[in-house]
Design a protein around this ligand. Structure first.
Ligand code: FAD
Length: 493
């Protein structure tokens, strides 16, 4: 397994090439084939905090990264009109209150609310307070209560260029050309070579399919099958368009619900990324286009682009000698910005199970089993946002309340409803605080709280809440604005 061939040079292709080369090094020769004529999907600009681990592994300097990808800081997503028109809540990367053994902070807060406390859950969340204030700096907190976890927004095409430079610098070979067909070994059915339109062939031992939604190798060549999840996540289309930047750059993504889907607004240094994700069963592409353009609040830059997709996952993400990474492996819609993370986690999984001595059935089975669980857990979290809405103003939102939910999600919601209990499997990407914020934000209010709160007297609970309320506010005044922070980083690059 010396010759690794990456088909496709979008975010998936270049991230796969960079990580594999960085970690496995001399043991592999990596060739990446991409076609400028075909181009990339051109979206995918919001991330979640594990992206910082990728940067760390790749040895990326944050200041040059921010400068070269026109990146900004992301502390949270602000969900607007999701539960009801006019209502909003945040899903932050932080956590309300503080970490407590056995019984989470929110139980104490729930109890105090029942006794008349006015402060909301997010009043105890530093990420929320900084996001609302439009401020950010890296806080070197000794006390975890003052941590400010963050991710980035970046320009997708600049990010791919950044990774390309990095990969080529490590020795990844790039081939420009359009793959016209794929040949296979007769006996094993494994992929043998990619054949380009210009007549060249690229042989390999292991192929990483990063060709986007089409899945040129995993799907068109090997037919690895697809689990269609559009009965749970019915959005199947998006229209994306950049627009001029705002004067002040928000350190969070906005997710604004419309009649048959939602709109993202991702603030970058030089522009906003915008898109309307919707279900074509409920509105036409033209209606979706008009809704997006009417809700841009800055001047559009360029023509809107229509993207069609089917939510779900490739049934076998590793099949024969092909591993599908990125959109070729499945897509769960961009609601919680998980796709780039799924690229990262697929490559980490592949590195752990890397077939140095040849491909074994057990490694493939393990890889596929882990990928399946990961996709299913994220799927449940996304469905949660939709199924709990209280909107009566469109068929889409009414229908989303009557989805037949996966048992795993029904179980989680029932536990929370009962007495605020949160369960999180070890492999779940989203922490308890994420489940808490979205369940509560969407209107699922626990009927009771954990009995362990009674081991604190009411006075002690009130004192703890008052102290946290104060502590969480203290750093905000001295934080620079988000724009000032970005500028200082660029200046230092
Ligand atoms: P692509 O970008 O489509 O790249 C495919 C590559 O394969 C290209 O280089 C292309 O040239 C090449 N190729 C294809 N066919 C051939 C051929 N025959 N010969 C040679 N080369 C070929 N993710 C997030 O994490 N956050 C987000 O906010 C987010 N928002 C999204 C919004 C939308 C509407 C969509 C659809 C996706 C979003 N994603 C998001 C997902 C994210 O865009 C992708 O995960 C990411 O861009 C990776 O895409 P990719 O590299 O798999 O595919």
């Amino acid at each position: 397994m010396k010759r690794v061939v990456v088909a496709g040079g979008g975010t998936a292709g270049w991230l796969a090439a960079a990580l594999l080369k960085k970690v496995i090094g001399e043991a592999v020769n990596i060739t990446l084939v991409e076609s400028e004529a075909i181009g990339t999907v051109g979206v995918g600009e919001a991330t979640i905090p594990p992206i910082r681990l990728v940067n760390q592994v790749l040895g990326i300097d944050e200041a040059t990264f921010l400068r070269d990808t026109k990146a900004t800081i992301k502390l949270a997503i602000r969900f607007e009109n999701w539960k009801q028109q006019g209502q909003h809540y945040y899903h932050t990367f932080g956590a309300p209150g503080k970490s407590m053994a056995f019984c989470h902070f929110h139980h104490f807060w729930l109890k105090a609310r029942q006794q008349g406390l006015k402060h909301d859950l997010w009043d105890y969340d530093l990420n929320y307070l900084a996001a609302e204030a439009g401020k950010f700096a890296r806080i070197n907190a000794k006390d975890p209560v003052l941590e400010l976890p963050f991710a980035y927004h970046f320009d997708a095409s600049l990010y791919a260029q950044y990774l390309r430079k990095l990969s080529e610098g490590m020795g990844v070979r790039r081939v420009e050309g359009k793959i016209s067909h794929v040949s296979r070994h007769k006996l094993s059915g494994n992929v043998k070579a990619l054949h380009l339109e210009n007549g060249h062939a690229i042989d390999g031992d292991l192929f990483i399919d990063c060709t986007g939604f089409r899945g040129l190798l995993i799907n068109e060549t090997l037919g690895a099958g697809y689990d269609d999840w559009s009965h749970l996540l019915p959005c199947d289309s998006a229209i994306a368009v950049p627009s001029e930047r705002h004067e002040n750059t928000a350190p969070f993504t906005r997710s604004i619900a419309h009649d048959a889907g939602w709109q993202w607004r991702i603030p970058l240094q030089h522009r906003n990324g915008n898109g309307h994700v919707y279900s074509s069963r409920y509105i036409s592409d033209n209606q979706a286009h008009d809704t997006l353009m009417a809700n841009l609040d800055t001047k559009p830059l360029g023509d809107p682009k229509l993207i069609k997709f089917t939510t779900g996952r490739r049934r076998q993400q590793w099949y024969k000698n092909v591993v599908a990474v990125g959109l070729s492996s499945g897509f769960l819609e961009p609601l919680e910005s998980t796709s780039i993370h799924l690229i990262q986690s697929a490559i980490v999984r592949l590195i752990k199970l890397f077939p140095h001595q040849g491909i074994s059935d057990s490694a493939v089975a393990e890889y596929n089993a882990q990928s399946k669980v990961e996709f299913e857990q994220i799927r449940d979290f996304l469905v949660l946002h939709y199924c709990l809405n209280e909107r009566e103003d469109s068929d889409f939102w009414r229908d989303m309340r009557h989805l037949t939910l996966p048992d795993s999600l029904v179980h989680k919601m029932a536990l929370f409803k009962q007495n605020g209990n949160l369960v999180r499997e070890q492999s779940d990407l989203f922490l308890e605080s994420s489940w808490l914020q979205v369940m509560y934000g969407q209107g699922l209010v626990p009927e009771d709280y954990h009995g362990l709160t009674n081991s604190f007297s009411d006075e002690k609970t009130q004192a703890m809440l008052a102290s946290l309320y104060k502590i969480k506010r203290e750093p905000i005044a001295s934080l620079p604005t988000h724009d000032a922070y970005i500028q200082s980083m660029i200046d230092s690059a």
